[in-house]
Design a binder for this molecule. Structure first.
Ligand code: M6R
Length: 607
């Protein structure tokens, strides 16, 4: 939530800040702003709305200042507006500050500062921080930032500049990501690596409690106790092309089409021999007989992958698995202990609730495993063991390729932990089928485009839709419904098909779209009975099934999507493709802003 950038060097800061913000717009896009020091004057420009509005505003001006900060906002305190957009300023108008995160005790601080005579011009929690820095500033900005941050509770990455010293930026990180980019005679700051890639691949990832002071000639990283740190510079080997749309109209569609490749990439090493190689989880395997319970904790799409993970791991290991939404996990006092394995799943590796769940598990001395996409993210660094899902940069707010690779990672984990027996199949046969899946995803993509467009033409006119399935298909239905809601704004509900008759069937009316998943052989006839109940009441059913069941299913549905044959446990890896495309094309027909749906952000770093 919210993206921050900073620049100090010989070049004009404004284009660099704007370029960086473009790469971070996925983190929040309800308003944006920049501050640049121009001939010892602080120039601030802010605009409600997408970055384009600010960009247009700035195109009329020619700033030359070579030090500045930028911010793109996802509103938490105070509605989106010019006043609430960052950067924020102190009473004297000399400091400018950007912030990502939440200051939990801002009201109390604000009351005290008001008593001391400070006046506020926004509804944000952030503004207290710049007034605190002002209060403590007596010539040394780093000292003032240290004193101010000592009073803050919550999560925050901040950066601040002072118009009287156009040669310095000071930034601080606590529970919100912040990365320092090191160029040739210039320094950058950003909430995420893609904003730095056009300029440098040499980065330092700041840890909680660390402050960085950027000067024209050098930088200093200062630890929580005020000590100077000598932090390692990391080289980023990401492909910058990943951050481009490559001719696709939206990142989401591009990312859907990248799925065969990112899946191949993830499977390559583990499947190169006759047995699955996953050295990352050796420690877990060693202690496997001691594991009494497995918890999977995540949010949103990652949570949905965990539901499938549960089914796979229980089958494979015989160990009971519980799945929790991270925002609920620690508040229900889960019975975790030393013999628990807590798996946290996250694309960004920065989701606040998931991170809090991980820390809770560690406090309880459980073993922890992160299934994470973003290397170097906080969860990736804090989990005891790490399984990187290697989906590459995912920019669209709606998660697609990361979801697929989360499912793939759970399959690998289950096959490895199950020691050759999962769902009654021998490992060898399953490994063979798993190797085929990337090509089958490719085939599914080719097959689906036309029929999915047709189905989306139908669904686009409805305000409500249902997704039904049983077993693994129910977990997949939950993800299908979330995708449709998130980007097309059509209300969609997922139900376990057998549960409809306990109330929800009352909502089935003539023509209402119902997407029914029928990929599991053992549940096929049960699903068909449930579909008959739906159709008898007028529901219009879009079925998704494997080729081998198509002749049986065809006459029971109004519209059929066929995915290639595979083992039933792998069917969600293929079944997700028509669901993703269905939500994409429906949203496109409804002219929705697909990559940046309203009210959302890619990385949810607030609780
Ligand atoms: O980065 P994470 O995987 O931890 O994010 C979790 C959710 O916020 C995320 O999956 C969200 O539900 C997606 N927008 C769904 O497409």
């Amino acid at each position: 939530m919210c993206g921050i950038v900073g620049y100090i060097g010989p070049k004009g800061a404004v284009p660099i800040l704007l370029e960086g913000l473009k790469k971070l717009e996925y983190r929040g896009y309800d308003s944006a702003g920049i501050a640049v020091i121009e001939d010892k004057n602080l120039e601030l420009r802010k605009a409600e709305g997408k970055l384009k509005v600010l960009d247009d505003k700035l195109s009329l001006e020619k700033f030359k200042g070579n030090i500045g900060l930028g911010h793109t906002r996802w509103a938490t305190h105070g509605r989106p507006s010019d006043e609430n957009a960052h950067p924020h300023q102190d009473c004297g108008g000399k400091l400018a500050l950007v912030h990502n995160g939440i200051i939990e005790n801002f009201q109390e601080i604000k009351r005290n500062l008001e008593k001391e005579g400070h006046t506020f011009s926004s509804e944000t929690d952030t503004e207290v921080v710049v007034h605190l820095v002002e209060k403590f500033f007596s010539g040394n900005l780093s000292e003032a930032v240290q004193k101010a941050t000592a009073l803050l509770e919550g999560s925050y990455a901040i950066a601040v500049i002072n118009q009287e010293n156009p040669d310095q930026i000071v930034a601080y990180r606590q529970d919100s990501p912040l990365i320092l980019g090191i160029g040739e005679g210039e320094y950058y700051l950003a909430s995420d690596i893609p904003a730095l890639l056009p300029y440098t691949r040499r980065v330092i990832i700041l840890e909680d409690g660390e402050m960085v002071e950027l000067n024209r000639e050098n930088y200093r990283v200062i630890g929580p106790g005020g000590e100077l740190l000598n932090k390692e510079i990391e080289e980023i080997d990401w492909d910058l092309e990943m951050a481009e749309k490559k001719g696709f109209p939206h990142y989401m569609l591009k990312e859907i089409h990248e799925q065969p490749d990112v899946m191949r990439q993830l499977l390559e090493k583990p499947l190169r021999g006759s047995e699955i190689e996953l050295p990352e989880i050796d420690a877990i395997l060693k202690s496997q007989e001691k594991i009494e319970k497995i918890f999977i904790v995540a949010c949103g799409t990652a949570y949905h992958s965990g539901l499938i993970g549960k089914a796979l791991l229980e089958k494979a290991t015989g160990i009971p698995v519980e799945v929790d939404m991270a925002s609920e996990f620690r508040y229900r006092s889960p019975l975790i202990g030393e013999n628990s394995l807590v798996i946290v799943v996250s694309q960004s590796g920065e989701t606040a609730d998931t991170l809090a769940a991980l820390r809770h598990a560690r406090d309880k001395r459980a073993k922890t495993l992160g299934i994470v996409n973003v290397q170097g993210s906080t969860i990736a660094r804090e989990a005891d063991q790490l399984l990187l899902i290697e989906a590459g940069l995912e920019i669209a707010v709606a998660s697609t390729k990361a979801y697929l690779n989360m499912l793939t990672a759970f399959n690998l984990l289950a096959l490895k932990m199950g020691d050759g027996d999962i769902a009654g199949n021998e490992n060898g046969e399953l490994l063979h089928l798993l190797r085929e899946i990337p090509a089958q995803v490719e085939k599914t993509l080719l097959r689906m485009e036309k029929p999915v467009r047709k189905a989306a033409e139908y669904i686009k006119n409805w305000d409500n839709a249902f997704f039904v399935g049983r077993g693994l298909d129910f977990s997949l239905a939950l993800e299908g419904a979330l995708k449709l809601k998130e980007i097309s704004y059509i209300h969609a509900e997922a139900y376990a098909a057998g549960e409809l008759k306990h109330g929800t069937l009352a909502l089935i009316e003539e023509g209402i779209p119902v997407v029914a998943l029928l990929t599991q052989e053992s549940l096929l006839e049960k699903m068909i009975s449930n579909i008959q109940e739906i159709r008898a009441r007028g529901g219009y059913v879009f079925g998704i099934t494997q080729d081998r069941f198509a002749s049986r299913v065809a006459e029971e549905v109004d519209f059929l999507f066929k995915i290639p044959n595979t083992a039933d446990i792998f069917a969600p890896l293929l079944g997700t493709v028509p669901l993703q495309l269905l939500s994409y094309f429906t949203a496109d027909f409804r002219d929705c802003p697909i990559d940046q749906p309203r009210n959302l952000a890619k990385s949810v770093t607030v609780e």
